[in-house]
Design a protein around this ligand. Structure first.
Ligand SMILES: [Zn+2]
Length: 335
């Protein structure tokens, strides 16, 4: 397993061994085949998440049921994991609003994560692996697709006749957003600082791409009035340009702020242009099921690279260097 032990960046995540155990009632023991990294793992490694080590990292995982304390699952079943934690019992959970649960959290931050040979997890977090996906792909989609799906559908209410601008293409969640917005039938534009990532975004279905600085002018030129939805996760470095890119009545939907926690916005732009500024984080089990259905309908994640678990430091470094386009996957076991 890959364990965060010291807040010193990627070198503070080390490979450790623990004895294997059987599933307790209501839980499933899943032999992980592949896991994938998120920016969260990097923050954790840098000590920015107030998590007390040791902690097994990673939220995303796919694998094979080894033993089950729930009759719904049998040894040998191929599964993916719903990457968030909740109580499953409170009023919000029972209403399908897991994101509002007081115990809402994330695998690999609020509990040990998926970068391990064997994980014990609540049976309600276990779903059938989409048969069309490889193990790497199955480990690549859960958190980013869940997050981007909720942002674009539940929160921004993106319609097929609308245009969405995905800022900072390259990050896993942004790449997921391009694929999902295309899948929903919307017109997609994207920005990136990197020419090679702009080319990858075009290949993935973006209609036009722009540099991540001063993109609002060319975006408005390309669209007439601006875009209906801006998909944000960068924050202060791009928010002003994102606001300027919005059409009348447009919405900014954001799930993160990788460039800093405080941003300034021009208030008149918000109210005179009837704009919406929407926050979103992760998603509900029902939204995860909708993602699985969309994957059966052809939606696919993008795997940037695959590292053996033993090279987890190199995998984290790739994220730290912001070199990736799509997901950085850890191959845990060949079965
Ligand atoms: Zn709950």
């Amino acid at each position: 397993m890959a364990v965060y032990e010291e807040p010193i960046g990627p070198p503070g995540v080390r490979i450790r061994e623990r004895p294997k155990t059987e599933a307790a009632p209501g839980t499933v023991a899943v032999a992980i085949r592949a896991a994938s990294l998120n920016h969260l793992d990097l923050w954790l490694a840098h000590g920015a998440q107030r998590v007390t080590p040791p902690r097994v990292i990673a939220a995303d995982g796919a694998g094979v049921v080894q033993s089950s304390g729930d009759p719904a699952w049998r040894p040998g079943d191929e599964v993916v994991l719903f990457p968030t934690l909740c109580c499953w019992e409170c009023e919000w959970c029972r209403a399908g609003q897991n994101v509002r649960c007081a115990r809402f959290g994330i695998l690999g931050e609020h509990s040990d994560g998926t970068a391990c040979e064997l994980i014990h997890i609540d049976a309600r977090n276990v779903f059938h692996k989409p048969s069309a996906l490889s193990w790497s792909e199955a480990a690549a989609f859960p958190l980013t697709f869940l997050t981007a799906w909720r942002m674009l559908t539940t929160r921004a209410q993106l319609r097929p006749d609308e245009t969405v601008l995905v800022v900072g293409a390259g990050a896993g969640v942004a790449v997921a957003a391009i694929s999902i917005a295309k899948h929903l039938g919307a017109r997609v534009l994207a920005t990136s600082r990197s020419e090679s990532k702009r080319q990858r975004a075009l290949a993935l279905g973006a209609e036009a791409v722009f540099d991540s600085s001063d993109f609002s002018k060319p975006v408005r030129q390309a669209t007439g009035d601006g875009v209906d939805v801006v998909f944000e996760h960068v924050g202060p470095a791009t928010l002003e340009e994102s606001m300027r890119s919005l059409a009348m009545g447009g919405r900014i939907v954001t799930c993160g702020s990788t460039s800093g926690v405080k941003a300034e916005i021009a208030m008149p732009r918000l109210f005179f242009r009837q704009a919406g500024l929407l926050g979103s984080t992760m998603g509900n089990a029902g939204e995860f099921e909708a993602v699985l259905k969309a994957i059966d309908g052809g939606l696919k994640p993008v795997v940037d690279s695959v590292y053996p678990l033993s090279d987890v430091k190199d995998a984290l470094k790739r994220l730290d260097d912001a070199e990736q386009f799509g997901k950085v996957v850890l191959s845990v076991s060949d079965g």
